[in-house]
Ligand binder design. Structure first.
Ligand code: 13P
Ligand code: SF4
Length: 311
């Protein structure tokens, strides 16, 4: 590690102490941020951690909806994100106005939304889920309950397949997970026949069906830790490989390619907008800060609390 990078890390550590801040990071952010974070996790763990922290400032190194979720759970704390442009194509595939119409068109349905949504979408939702608890939450609902689910179509199809439900699905997708190449994964499997295939449920159904494990980032990491296989083909954003390799130094993790030729791994450019420099700047400046209007936050909170109490 270069001297500049070390001095940046020292600066961040000093500012963090001065501001009484906690740094939370998702598994997809750059390794150097994962290394400096107080806590790394999947969306569910990050929401839980935000809900229980007593730090005055939460810096969410992830994407915008993760910062919003933290702010909704901790309205009295300052929530910062290093880059306001760190959005999410999946959340963007579900504009609140259109989702409201979808809800109105299904008046007798319970509204379940994936956490990758804006606060405004969560505000018209009955129960939020993450990929870490979606199955459990849906299983907890009466078998004859009519459900609409948004925005991730691939995750919705997965939940329908494992629970036997017939949830009505919004047609949204994550551009990163939706572009993994089934042929690319099949080729890797041919070259590494003993490798187990780890697939995030935001990937297409064809990939879910050839998986040895479908799960959230944390669930895939746990599987890699516990399984006796020595090689894994990882079909989710490649940032997770850092923690997988750290947790299992003797195992081999192979990133699955996207459909475009020439790429060997698949990255989320929104997650990669988080850099050490921007993290330092946001701690120093107390900005950019996440603000959610009170009415939206109160309504969104009910759907997030319902998730946390069910999972
Ligand atoms: P999880 O970490 O909850 O599995 O979610 C992945 C994701 O898409 C975050 O962008
Ligand atoms: Fe959103 Fe996909 Fe990036 Fe996750 S990987 S933050 S779902 S765009």
């Amino acid at each position: 590690m270069g001297a500049t990078s070390q001095s940046l890390r020292d600066e961040i550590a000093k500012l963090k102490e001065e501001k009484k801040a906690v740094i939370l990071a998702h598994y997809y952010v750059r390794p150097e941020i994962q290394e400096i974070a107080d806590f790394i996790g999947d969306s569910l763990a990050l929401a839980r951690k935000a809900a229980e922290t007593d730090a005055e400032v939460i810096v969410m190194c992830g994407v915008h909806f993760m910062g919003e979720t933290a702010k909704i759970l901790c309205p009295e704390r300052t929530v910062l994100i290093p880059d306001t442009e760190a959005g999410c194509s999946l959340a963007d595939s579900c504009p609140a106005d259109e989702f409201r119409k979808f809800v109105e068109a299904h008046p007798d349905h319970t509204v379940v939304s994936y956490v990758n949504t804006s606060a405004a979408v969560k505000a018209v939702t009955d129960i939020v889920v993450t990929s870490g608890n979606a199955r459990k939450v849906i299983d907890s609902l009466p078998a004859d309950e009519k459900i609409i689910f948004g925005p991730d179509h691939n995750l919705g199809e997965y939940i329908n397949s494992v629970t036997g439900r017939k949830m009505v699905l919004w047609d949204g997708a994550c551009h990163v997970h939706d572009r993994f190449s089934i042929d690319g994964v099949a080729e890797l499997k041919k070259a590494h026949p003993q490798a187990k295939v780890l697939v995030h449920p935001e990937c297409r159904r064809s990939l879910q069906m050839i998986a040895d494990k479908v799960g959230s980032t944390a669930a895939l990491l746990d599987f890699a830790r516990q399984d006796s296989a020595q090689e894994f083909i990882v079909v989710t954003e490649s940032g997770i490989l850092h923690e997988m390799q750290k947790a299992c130094p003797d195992k081999v993790f192979i990133p699955a390619p996207p459909e475009q030729a020439g790429c060997h791994c698949n990255e989320c450019e929104f997650m990669k907008r988080n850099t050490l420099e921007k993290l330092r700047d946001c701690l120093r400046d107390g900005a950019p800060e996440i603000i959610v209007d009170e009415e939206t936050a109160a309504a969104a909170r009910r759907s997030i609390d319902r998730m946390l109490s069910l999972s």
